[in-house]
Design a binder for this molecule. Structure first.
Ligand code: BF8
Length: 641
């Protein structure tokens, strides 16, 4: 691969060149060597039974007259594309929700006092979510209202949370946290989730050969599962993580490969669940562990993160982010990575091969995520002996410091970032002194200093130049006075580019947004965390609705969503729950719907009538941002502002 064409980031370019000199292939090389299947890309390959795969390519020049394409069973292109699409939602929703379940299980153990490692850290957050899960926080005794015992509330909340995955009746409790108008819309369309697991299982059933053959009905189930993700599994993951590890507040840190230090033990955590990384952070801060590192000749321990684990430990502890999804191999290629510790999701199997070329110990920790390569060490992480497991892992990294074989080459690049935003801190910075809520934000939207709000999120995709679309979309938005809420790998990309600093406002923003950022002292791009923390964007949008003056529902406010470089199934689930929560959502790269124009039109055009939000696709970053701005302007006009 041509390093310049592969990525806009100089640090990554340097490491790609180094890999090539050493004869190590990376995802960037593989993307050049292997091209994607043209039919699969369009979403019209059905492999759900062994009579196929049935492939239904669009005829050259498009379809004239009736679309007669069908698979062996008669499935149309629309049916096939819809089945594939909602299976992606099932994949994504299951990943987020299973992550949430793990956190809920740890919370339950903590509430039962079965573990010393985890405790309720944020009582306010617990008291905030308990009522939403049907748990009373006060009790009436002798005619007086009294606070209930925190331990009791924690236990009942943990049990109520666990129930959300598999309760036999009722509906997803957090659906009621949405604005009332949105909840009523879901009710009318019959898409309120029953429980999280059931909606995912039902997708697998409905997409089995010979079950649901109506793309609209298939999408209805996709919608239920997506809501169960955004307003269920992901939201529970975020909230319970806050309860256990603390709600993030703004803090300063750094990003890019330059955060690694040659004279320190470098431990890189990669994956998603903070259940593991929180313990690693705690162990790395212990004086005796730092002494141990020094005894091995290192100056200390430098912890850094990749992917959403990076975001989790950045938001709560200011641990620097090493790189995004596409940079995971490159962190090892520095030759300075003494241990890479991974748990679940977005981990490339090839890091095992890359680690074999260096001294790096690659450690898997989750029972559901192992690797076939013999060089990989598996240390199963268990909440009942979490600190012991974490210590074993950290010591392994420290012991490995002396085994560095290849010359160390850490790129110089790193940028300062202010991260750690959330629903609460946005209220702190952009609320009203007396009126609470999101008064100042709404006021600035109404007076036009802020044109609108964008949620820009999601992955990297090796089919497009690393980080380019992320940065161009975000810059175009803030240039046009649109404030950006970011999560996932977009957040890390923006951090690497220096966009997560208040100072960047005067350089990159339009005059209105720059003025607000300078007055309040915030960056124009607010880092809200990991991909499960997209639920924070949903709740922030709900707060905007509640603060008044901008309509009654999320679809009324001038807001748009974007995933410029998406690649994972999780991104499709996120995109869809944004759409059905009323957000116009644009994806970059491609959408696996292009081979079924009628189905594509359904989720792009007809969905607006059903939910107020709809899908769109635009690979060109500037046009992509302009589509979002046009939607924001349309909403402003409808509001008469
Ligand atoms: O959940 S943005 S590449 S890291 S999937 Fe993965 Fe995509 Fe990054 Fe986190 Ni989200």
């Amino acid at each position: 691969a041509d390093p310049i064409a592969a990525t806009i980031d100089p640090a990554s370019q340097e490491m790609i060149v180094r890999a090539q000199k050493m004869g190590i292939d990376t995802v960037f090389d593989r993307a050049v060597q292997m091209k994607p299947c043209n039919i699969g890309v369009q979403g019209i390959c059905c492999k759900n039974c062994s009579m196929g795969p049935c492939r239904l390519p669009l005829p050259k020049g498009g379809i004239e007259g009736k679309d007669t394409r069908k698979g062996l069973c008669g499935a149309t292109a629309n049916t096939i594309a819809a089945r594939n699409f909602i299976r992606m939602i099932a994949g994504g929703a299951s990943a987020h929700s299973d992550h949430g379940r793990c956190v809920a299980e740890v919370f339950l153990s903590a509430a039962r006092k079965e573990t010393d490692a985890y405790k309720v850290k944020d009582i306010n957050k617990l008291l905030q979510i308990a009522p939403a899960l049907g748990v009373a926080i006060t009790v009436e005794e002798d005619g007086e209202i009294k606070d209930r015992d925190i331990d009791e509330i924690a236990l009942e909340t943990a049990e109520a949370a666990m129930n959300e995955w598999g309760k036999p009746e009722g509906e997803l409790l957090f659906a009621k946290r949405a604005p009332e108008a949105l909840y009523e819309k879901w009710k009318k369309n019959g898409v309120i989730p029953r429980n999280i697991d059931r909606e995912i299982v039902e997708i697998m059933h409905r997409t089995h050969i010979g079950v649901d053959m109506d793309y609209k009905n298939l999408m209805k189930q996709g919608t239920r599962a997506a809501i169960a993700d955004g307003w269920g599994g992901s939201m529970l993951a975020t909230d319970l993580q806050d309860v256990l590890f603390g709600t993030p507040y703004p803090l300063q840190s750094e990003a890019n490969l330059g955060v690694m230090k040659e004279d320190h033990v470098n431990i890189v955590v990669h994956g998603h669940e903070p259940v593991l990384s929180e313990m690693i952070v705690a162990v790395c801060q212990r004086p005796e562990i730092i002494e141990y590192a020094k005894s091995k000749g290192a100056k200390g321990i430098q912890l850094s993160g990749i992917c959403c684990t990076a975001n989790e430990i950045l938001q709560r502890h200011g641990i620097p982010s090493a790189t995004t999804f596409l940079g995971q191999e490159l962190a090892i290629i520095t030759g300075a990575c003494d241990a890479m510790v991974v748990d679940i999701q977005c981990i490339m199997q090839n890091i095992a091969n890359v680690a074999e070329c260096f001294h790096t110990k690659l450690i898997t920790t989750h029972p559901i995520a192992k690797m076939e390569q013999d060089s990989v060490i598996h240390i199963e992480f268990d909440e009942h002996h979490a600190l012991e497991d974490a210590e074993k892992i950290v010591r392994m990294g420290i012991d490995n410091f002396q085994n560095r074989s290849t010359e160390v080459m850490i790129p110089q690049q790193k940028a300062t970032q202010i991260a750690g935003f959330g629903v609460e801190s946005i209220q702190y910075h952009l609320g009203g002194t007396f009126r609470g809520t999101y008064y100042t934000l709404n006021d600035n939207i109404i007076n036009g200093r802020i044109r609108g709000i964008a949620g820009v999120v999601g992955c990297n995709n090796a089919r497009t130049r690393h980080n380019q679309a992320h940065i161009e979309v975000v810059k175009e938005l803030i240039k046009n006075d649109v404030i950006v809420l970011t999560t996932g790998c977009n957040a890390i990309a923006c951090a690497m580019e220096g966009l997560l600093t208040p100072e960047s406002a005067s350089v990159h923003c339009g005059p209105g947004l720059a003025e607000v950022c300078e007055t309040v002292g915030i960056p124009p791009v607010l880092h809200l965390g990991s991909c499960v923390d997209n639920s924070r964007i949903l709740l922030a949008a709900t707060e905007v609705v509640k603060a008044g003056g901008l309509g009654k529902d999320i679809c009324d406010i001038p807001v748009a969503g974007s995933a410029p470089e998406w690649m994972s199934e999780k991104a499709i689930s996120i995109g869809h729950y944004f759409v059905v929560s009323g957000v116009y959502t644009v994806f970059g790269v491609t959408l696996p719907t292009s081979g079924a124009p009628v189905f594509h039109n359904h989720i792009c055009k007809e969905y607006e009538k059903l939910y107020g939000g709809m899908w769109d696709i635009e690979p060109d970053p500037i046009k992509h941002a302009q589509l979002m701005i046009a939607h924001i302007d349309k909403k402003r006009k409808e509001l008469g502002i």
